[in-house]
Design a protein around this ligand. Sequence first.
Ligand code: ATP
Length: 451
Amino acid sequence: MNEHGASMGKVVSLCKSRGFIYPSSEIYGGLSATWDYGPLGVEIKQNIQNAWWKEMVRRHENIVGLDAAVMMHPRTWEASGHVDNFSDPLVDCKKCKSRFREDALQKIWFEKSIDNGVCPECGGELTEARRFNLMFTTQLGPVEDAGNLIYLRPETAQGIFVNFKNVVDTSRVKIPFGIAQVGKAFRNEITTKNFIFRTSEFEQMEMQYFVRPGSEDVAFEEWKTKRMAWYVEHIGIKPERLRLNEHGQKELAHYAKAAFDIEYSYPFGWQELEGIHSRTDYDLKRHGQFCGKEINYLDAETNARYIPYVIETSSGLTRSVLVTLMDAYHEEKLDGKDEMRTVLHLHPQIAPIKVAVFPLVKKDGLSEMARRIEEGLREDFATFYDQGGAIGRRYRRMDEIGTPFCVTIDYETMDNRSVTLRLRDSMEQIRVPIEGIADLIRRETLSYKRS
Ligand code: ATP
């Protein structure tokens, strides 16, 4: 349980029961390494992705988008260093066959207060550490041959580097500029755990920002600030549950000048949500060496030709879904009642359903009227219509999936065309004319501040 009361178990069970996230191929017993996004989960994921795209690509004149293929030329991964270095040292138990990451063992021994050097599961003898590459391989084409071996990309970033020249030659970008991409990535993780935190198939939202050598430190500071602010202002994450954590010299990749992680306070501790890296000219230089033609940039302002330096912002989209749900989950006691409500305090921009419309009762033309109002709102918002059951119960069901606005049609609506608009967080109910609903929702969404 963390300080906001959301245990992982409760969030996982809400996700399953309300159609956010299901175990993958569940009818066959599931596959622990992957998860499927249901009707509400896919909306939330898309809303986060859209908010990121809007922030990075639409709001920045000098950032353009890209959608590169998952399957890339195998040389890509030799150049990037993944073939040689993208591996975890693993240790196996000779007795119970459990497998551990060598770097994680120290912590497990310490936490469980058990003897160093033995299997934490059964006390058995452990093997020497062996390296295990995290990239999935497959064959391209009908012949199984070493020459046809390709990898599923373990990150989206390399698709950006290999297209650097294409983008420079075909668009009007001028340094400093960025290339942004969202897409699937695959890693054969040894331990996939904590729900969708670490999975073998996941999605990333990455942006590589190309700058003049010498100006990377300023750009690095700018992106650290902007990326932290985005989670708070546009996703609605509580600022006190986020922090920046600098990589020590030992953790830094050999080519990296500096690296910070944006970390979130998960119920299982502070862990990474996004990486912000100052990567020097390493990637473009390596691809230039491997493809046999230097990849550089002609700076029209200074007439100099050079290999740009890179600042990378690398966020997990699926991990952001987890953070958003964990952060929004709240159980609270209702004022003056012996009743609890479960509520997702989602930012209205991110909520899968923005507005629910209810007739107070089904009869006397109220449901027809409610349907017409809902159809009108559907043009602009993700809506939901529900005419069954007690009104309090209908509100509760909407709270549980984070619907920020509910509109109720009653007999007064038939007289004066006004409705009750109920706000999820404060549970305040206000009377508004039908014609004013959409504007009020827009205003409330724009001015939304997490309480
Ligand atoms: P970690 O230390 O958690 O393994 P990493 O340092 O390997 O992460 P990066 O390579 O920097 O991660 O990837 C950038 C982002 O992609 C991470 O911050 C995370 O949000 C996401 N990510 C990486 N691996 C996974 C995974 N297996 N499942 C879900 N998201 C992931």
